[in-house]
Every structure is written in structure tokens, then in C-alpha cells.
Write a protein that binds this ligand. Structure first.
Ligand code: UDP
Length: 328
């Protein structure tokens, strides 16, 4: 297939691009490089620097196809920032996705895989979370992603869009060959922060909340390897049918606490990782773990990484070799 990938220079997007190319798909990346990295996109992949909000550039790029499908990663994803600057999130994540859907409609591209999130569930009424769990997001980031899910459903009904929204749990890890990995500035995610402590770039990691109603008092998350997200995207794009909107959780089904992640990282790196108890971070649900049965059953997806040490080891290879990320 010929696939148009928005946000293909970002963390999850770049791993998906690498995976699609390895499976024989032809890819064009569209990215404004605000958070993405040009070096994360393979040299033999066509790259268009453009913003999703720039309708003429987007349309021009989309008409260079014909494209069989769009994978849409481009979005802002800082939960805390979404609370203080909600309109920035509604503009970029909702309005710009609306622009993308309009462009797809006009140009005649009928397949879309969309990066959704477990943040659309908010504080779930039960775990593990199935696709039937009530979606009740508690921050503008989660709400912006849920609004797009609604647009996909309506577009499937109205003009035959075939869409698949993948609700990621905690994306983590790096490509097995160490060529690409996670590089956010600022970095807010647990595993990269813990590995920066292991590298001596930070003195310690703050543990956001040690009094949760969980086995060790710290938050539990489902850390899904970014290459497993990539294979989910490929299977989704191959399964999509016009006029149908599908929704899948993508997680391992296994939860690890913040403390378990820190201990696993100490074992993987062989370094001491000092940690400090900090107050709870606003908006953090205590436990988020996927019931990933639906995507396994319907798409035949299987995660290759099911052990947190394996996932952290892949991230460590990247961070150790690239302590400053994509910067030389
Ligand atoms: N976390 C932490 N210290 C940090 C960063 C994160 O204790 O410096 C916790 C956070 O409260 C959450 C878990 O680690 O329970 C994963 O957070 P992350 O930001 O990586 O992903 P999120 O769950 O917000 O998508």
C-alpha cells in the first residue's frame, strides 16, 4: 500500500514508518518537526515538512498519491499542558484532524488509522479496560482524542471512511536495532526519565504518589512496546473496510507499578536509580491496564514484548547510545 503518515517523525510514528517500510509498504511522511525529528525518518522515505493546519500544503501533499491509506499520528500529547492550554489541544488535535478528514474526503482517500489513547477512558470504573468501558476523559488531551473518535464514526457512516482508532496504553521502548527511540523535549515520561537517572543526567526520579490503593502504593500502567504498536497499525490498515469505524485497545494486558519500573530499570542497567516520593500528579488514574483481547481476536495481533525488562532493555540500548537523543 501507499501510506501517508502524519507525524511520522515523532516517537510512535517513526517506529511505525520503519515497520511499514520493512513490510513492503511505500510511505510518505508529513510532519511539521515541532516535536518530531527529521533523523527519525529513514533517508529513503519521502518527507514533506508541513503543518496539518496548513490546508493548501496538506492537500498538495495528499494529491501526490494516490494513497491507499493515512496513518495519523500528528498531535500534541502532554496531558498537563492540555489542562493549562486546552485550546492549543483542541486546535491541533481536533480542528487539524477535521482538516485532514476534509482533505481525505476531497482527494478520495478512504482508509485511516488514528492514534487514540487510553486517556479517553479517564478514571475507569473497572480494570482491565475493555473497549466497552465507559469513556469519560478527565483532561482536554483525552477529550480531544475522543472527539476525533466521534468524527471517525460519523464519517464512516456519512461518506464511507474506513477508520480504525487504536487506543494506546503506555507507549515505551525503542527499535530493536537501536536506530530510533524516544526523544521528547521536555521529557515527562517515566521510562526515559528513569534511564536518564541511570545515565547520571538527573539526580533522581520523583515518584508521583506513593499512597495509591495499589499493591505497592504507586500507579500501575500497561507499558506497550512501540514496535508492538507498529505491528498493530499495520494489521489495522490491512483490515480496514470502507464505511466501518473500529476501536481497539492496544496494551500487553499486564500492569507494572512505578516502583516495579524503577527496580526493573536498575536490574537492566546495572546502575543505582535513586527515587524520591513526590505528591500525586493531578489527573493520574491509579491503574490503567488493557484488556487487549479484541485486537488479538479480530486482527490476530500479538505483542512480541510482554516483559517490562525486555521493553526497558530496548529503551536502554537507545538511551545509552544516544544520551542526547537525536542531537549530535
Ligand atoms: N511518573 C512518575 N514520575 C515521573 C514520571 C511519571 O512517578 O517522573 C508516573 C506517572 O505518575 C504515571 C506513570 O509514571 O503513574 C507513567 O507516567 P508517564 O508520564 O510515563 O505516562 P502516562 O501514564 O502519563 O501516559
Amino acid at each position: 500500500m501507499r501510506v501517508f503518515v502524519t507525524g511520522g517523525a515523532g516517537y510512535v510514528g517513526s517506529h511505525c514508518v520503519k515497520h511499514l517500510v520493512a513490510h513492503g509498504h511505500e510511505v510518505v511522511v508529513y510532519d511539521n518537526l515541532v516535536y518530531g525529528h527529521r533523523a527519525a525518518v529513514p533517508g529513503n522515505v519521502r518527507f514533506v515538512k508541513g503543518d496539518l493546519g496548513d490546508a493548501p500544503t496538506l492537500r498538495a501533499a495528499l494529491t501526490t498519491g494516490p494513497f491507499d491509506a493515512v496513518m495519523h499520528f500528528a498531535a500534541f500529547a502532554y496531558v498537563g499542558e492540555s489542562v493549562t492550554e486546552p485550546l492549543k489541544y483542541y486546535r491541533n488535535n481536533v480542528a487539524n484532524t477535521l482538516g485532514l478528514l476534509e482533505a481525505m474526503h476531497v482527494v478520495g482517500v478512504r482508509r485511516l488509522v488514528f492514534s487514540s489513547t487510553c486517556a479517553t477512558y479517564g478514571v475507569p470504573d473497572r480494570v482491565p479496560i475493555t473497549e466497552f468501558t465507559t469513556q469519560n476523559p478527565i483532561n482536554p488531551y483525552g477529550r480531544s482524542k475522543l472527539m476525533v473518535e466521534w468524527m471517525l464514526q460519523d464519517s464512516a457512516r456519512a461518506w464511507g471512511l474506513g477508520a480504525c482508532a487504536l487506543r494506546y496504553f503506555n507507549a515505551s521502548g525503542a527499535a530493536a536495532d537501536g536506530s530510533i527511540g524516544e526523544d521528547h523535549k521536555p521529557e515527562t515520561h517515566l521510562i526515559p526519565i528513569v534511564l536518564q537517572v541511570a545515565l547520571g543526567q538527573r539526580p533522581h526520579v520523583g515518584v508521583f504518589g506513593t499512597d495509591y490503593d495499589t499493591p505497592d502504593g504507586t500507579c500501575v500502567r500497561d507499558y506497550i512496546h512501540v514496535d508492538d504498536l507498529a505491528s498493530a497499525h499495520r494489521l489495522a490498515i490491512e483490515a480496514i473496510r470502507p464505511g466501518e469505524a473500529r476501536f481497539y485497545n492496544v496494551g500487553t494486558g499486564k500492569g507494572n507499578s512505578v516502583k516495579e519500573v524503577i527496580d526493573a530499570a536498575a536490574r537492566v542497567t546495572g546502575r543505582t536509580i535513586p527515587s524520591d516520593p513526590n505528591p500525586r500528579r493531578p489527573g493520574d488514574p491509579p491503574v490503567l491496564v488493557a484488556d487487549g483481547d479484541k485486537i488479538r481476536r479480530e486482527l490476530g495481533w500479538q505483542p512480541a514484548y510482554t516483559d517490562i525488562e525486555q521493553t526497558i532493555a530496548s529503551a536502554w540500548r537507545w538511551h545509552e547510545a544516544h544520551p542526547n537523543g537525536y542531537e549530535a
